[in-house]
Write a protein of this length. Structure first.
Lengths: 305, 305
């Protein structure tokens, strides 16, 4: 990636993040919607604390860029992006709970259960997950009902038992019995991979493109999902807490089974190189239009926080 | 209600519960669906523990009967009923957690976090909530996409910030600062009322009837939701734990603000009588077809467990 590509990507990432942040702020407003009785202030504040925290908004970026690749409706893609970010943030709130990873810090700020309390954190996560499906199904997401239903289904499947939540369960089990290589790959494909895959696939669903394109974008998402996790494991090994805004070195300290622990740093870097190559190759049919998505793949593999 | 009506209702309730139980068992199977990577056995077991526990399945009954009132597709209504039950059961699993009500027993069995562990209970709840939207959006729910999207939206709004989860937040706050009468009514309309209202409304959405009929069924749902909560508060005062399968007398012991505590038992019974009358009146336009729904309203107000 040239410096120009990198700069174009970083500019676009910041712009997309600002757009999704504005929408999320509106969606998490205290005012009740039609069909809602009231929005309790403390719950809304906890939801905002968990969502409006300066994240990079990588997943929303992937939704919006994959939608743009097919010239899909940008406003609809933005709402899908916001819904996905609600799911991602709910998962972080629940993962941070004392019964789970018991983390005090997230992006340099107190986690939701530290800033509020445990019950409120559980409920804020529940409410964000529910809100995600509200956003997608609402007619304000100006897509044919078929696509709204399709994107609800795809997100539910990526986030549920056979995806993210299932992956979190496997991760908890991995603390007791170390999984083998196939087990680690499955765990990661579910825990972090499924939502990233969905992010890339969602743009194709929003655009209503043929199944072949949707599958290609999903495969692109799987490749960068794998890269994302490898880079994360490398960062846990090499970065410090200030750089990451959260505790690091936890994997090694916990003797956690990761592919990096299994095969070493050099192998991991070679793998990352291969995954970026594979991701870029998948986007070849789309030519220059796919420039920012390709840059995103490179970014995911080489990020340093 | 005559004895005949009562028997017909109880027979129908048991039959509907058996149908929904069969479907839930299939939906909570260990085998992964298309788009799922794997279903972790421990997570699925925890979900089954929280769902397949011999509940009365009142909410599914209301969905199926309100759908039948408009001659809607029975299979689709059954799936909507199962999705709603997943949401209801997730809410019980999370409500029972140590950080919330800290309950050890539910329907005479150990709660999910007692039978498994706290992390698994949190995740099983998350997964059930997610599964509900999966069920509704899936084309297997053989409805036009418009109706699938509409039922996703209605459930999300009933279960979320401005409905059930918001109500649970208000309930936690009520332990610190006792709400006034309007506050109690709002809390209950959100915490327990919204899902019961949705149950009755959902049948109309499944059937795709005009807005007037949908609104009438929703109002019927609101009336019996209020009755349900009043009856619950009365039972907490008068029933014992063996009868209820869970701890009782908790409200009074906690000095909890309920309408029964505020106005007394006689007032509550008179209110219940009025609510049943109102619920029955709302169903007048549907004549004899509405017999079982009317019986359900009576049951909700007079149940003894």
């Amino acid at each position: 990636m040239t410096n120009d590509d990198e700069m174009a990507f970083e500019t676009a990432l910041v712009a997309r993040a600002a757009a999704v942040e504005t929408l999320l702020r509106r969606l998490l407003d205290d005012r009740a919607l039609t069909g809602e009785i009231a929005r309790p202030g403390r719950l809304m504040a906890a939801m905002r604390h968990g969502v409006l925290n300066g994240g990079k908004r990588l997943r929303p970026f992937l939704v919006m860029e994959s939608a743009a690749l097919f010239s899909a409706d940008g406003e609809a893609a933005l709402r899908v992006a916001a819904a996905l970010e609600c799911v991602h943030c709910y998962s972080l709130i629940h993962d941070d709970l004392p019964a789970m990873d018991d983390d005090d810090l997230r992006r340099g700020q107190p986690t939701v259960h530290r800033a509020f309390d445990e019950a409120t954190a559980i409920l804020a996560g529940d409410a964000l997950l529910t809100l995600a499906f509200d956003i997608l199904a609402d007619e304000t997401t100006a897509l044919p009902a078929e696509r709204r239903a399709a994107v609800v289904l795809a997100l539910a499947r990526a986030a549920g038992t056979g995806g993210m939540v299932g992956g979190q369960t496997l991760d908890l089990e991995a603390e007791r019995i170390a999984p083998d290589e196939a087990g680690i790959i499955r765990l990661q494909a579910m825990k972090t991979g499924a939502l990233i895959r969905f992010a890339c696939e969602a743009g194709a669903v929003v655009a209503g493109v043929p199944a072949g394109d949707r599958e290609r974008l999903a495969e692109f998402g799987s490749a960068i999902g794998l890269a994302f996790q490898l880079a994360d494991d490398l960062l846990d090994l090499t970065a410090d807490a200030a750089q990451m805004g959260k505790a690091t070195g936890k994997d090694a300290a916990a003797g956690k089974a990761t592919l990096v622990a299994l095969h070493g740093e050099a192998w991991a870097r070679a793998q990352l190189h291969g995954l970026v190559h594979q991701a870029h190759a998948l986007l070849e049919p789309y030519g220059e239009q796919a420039g920012l998505l390709k840059a995103a793949a490179t970014f995911v593999a080489t990020r340093n926080n």
